[in-house]
Ligand binder design. Structure first.
Ligand code: SAH
Length: 229
């Protein structure tokens, strides 16, 4: 009995702290109610180690092992909002590729808003952990894969949306090739104009007139690395 009550207590607390996190995201300028709803639906504490669970709803990146981090909630929301902007429906992202599964958190948020999600990770042990983290959420439209995501995922291409969770010098050509007509990709890129080591988000769109690139917020990400580990 006590166990059950305790568990229910944790559930209540995390729901309340998650609601506060969503309120903060709104104050920080996230407007898309579908994105706010998805952020409210996914229990972020499930994706961090138990010792860090009490900090799961802070607006900060946290370590997930192997030198990697779970992305900051604001950055997750901002990137997904940019992909969904101007697109109707409760699943505005359609077929989506995520590069850099990490602990699986962002993949779970994407699964709320996309028709299908493919997420690839180059560190096998992290991918295994992501699978365990995601088990209880029963997201039937999410598929995980062990791959160097710089090559995209040829067998499932083209994608309406591509989101990259690690920073590169420039847009990987395979990802550009696998972006569907009318598709959008968001990724962090190194930015020489902003200074040494600086990064910013870039939004890439494949429109009727070709590829356009828009610069968005300065950010900080782990590097997009070559090969599988
Ligand atoms: N999406 C995660 C963020 C993980 S951090 C979240 O929800 O918080 C970025 C991840 O990208 C790391 O796990 C790292 O191992 C992975 N990564 C880096 N380079 C990669 C590559 N070339 N292919 C696939 N994954 C890569």
């Amino acid at each position: 009995m006590r166990g059950v009550r305790n568990l229910a207590g944790i559930g209540m607390t995390s729901r309340r702290t998650r609601a506060r996190m969503v309120e903060r995201l709104r104050e920080q300028g996230i407007r898309d109610s579908r994105v706010l709803g998805a952020m409210a639906a996914v229990p972020r504490h499930v994706f961090v180690e138990e010792a860090l669970a009490s900090r799961a709803y802070e607006d900060t990146a946290l370590p997930i092992g192997f030198g990697q981090t779970i992305s900051q909630p604001y950055v997750v929301a901002k990137m997904i909002e940019s992909l969904a902007a101007g697109r109707a429906g409760d699943r505005p992202l359609r077929k989506t590729l995520e590069v850099g599964t990490g602990c699986g958190y962002q993949a779970a948020v994407l699964a709320q808003l996309a028709v299908e999600v493919y997420s690839v990770e180059r560190i096998q042990a992290l991918l295994d952990r992501a699978r365990r983290n995601l088990l209880g959420l029963k997201l039937s439209t999410l598929r995980l894969g062990y791959a160097d995501g710089r090559g995209g995922l040829e067998k499932a291409a083209p994608f309406d949306s591509i989101i990259v969770a690690a920073v590169a010098e420039s847009v990987p050509p395979a990802l550009l090739q696998q972006l569907a007509p009318g598709g959008r990709m968001i990724l962090p890129l190194k930015s020489r104009e902003l200074g040494v080591g600086a990064e910013r988000l870039a939004l890439i769109e494949r429109g009727a007139g070709g590829i356009t690139e828009t610069n968005l917020d300065p950010v900080r990400f782990v590097p997009l690395e070559a090969g599988k580990a």
